[in-house]
Write a protein that binds this ligand. Structure first.
Ligand SMILES: [Mg+2]
Length: 139
């Protein structure tokens, strides 16, 4: 299972704090599959800018965890980075219409887990489960 992870308003809040239960969330992903960045802060296999961007917002433990997230390469659309031949989930607060259409064309729109921290008390586990209640039992 591959997991693709956005940054802004997904693992950190709009107030630039780490999401609640981020540690449980990250541990679950790392115990279950491979984790990849899918964020504007990491486009060309280089994690240095995403790491320096989020370091001030994270606990030391979570920062040590996210250093193990793999980089991706994409240019204009995040969907360029997704390996559609393998099972995946994509955690992101917002997708472009064209990105949603590409997921639809690949018959996997349900693999996008929309993270709405505002509606879920800034808790990423709750936000993910509210989008797909079976998520953490089915993967
Ligand atoms: Mg975002």
């Amino acid at each position: 299972m591959n997991f693709y992870l956005d940054v802004d308003r997904t693992i950190i809040t709009k107030e630039h704090r780490e999401a609640l239960e981020l540690n449980d969330f990250l541990k679950y992903l790392f115990n279950t599959g491979e984790v990849y960045w899918l964020t504007t802060h990491c486009r060309y296999e280089d994690t240095s800018s995403v790491l320096s961007y989020i370091m001030p917002f994270l606990t030391l433990e979570n920062y040590d965890l996210i250093k193990n997230i793999f980089p991706t390469t994409w240019n204009t659309l995040k969907t360029e980075a997704i390996n559609f031949s393998q099972p995946f989930y994509w955690f992101d607060d917002y997708l472009l219409e064209v990105e949603k259409r590409i997921l639809l064309e690949n018959r996997c729109l349900e693999k996008w887990i929309k993270i709405d921290l505002d509606k879920n008390g800034n808790n990423i586990m709750r936000a993910a489960k509210s989008h797909n209640p079976n998520l953490f039992s089915s993967i």
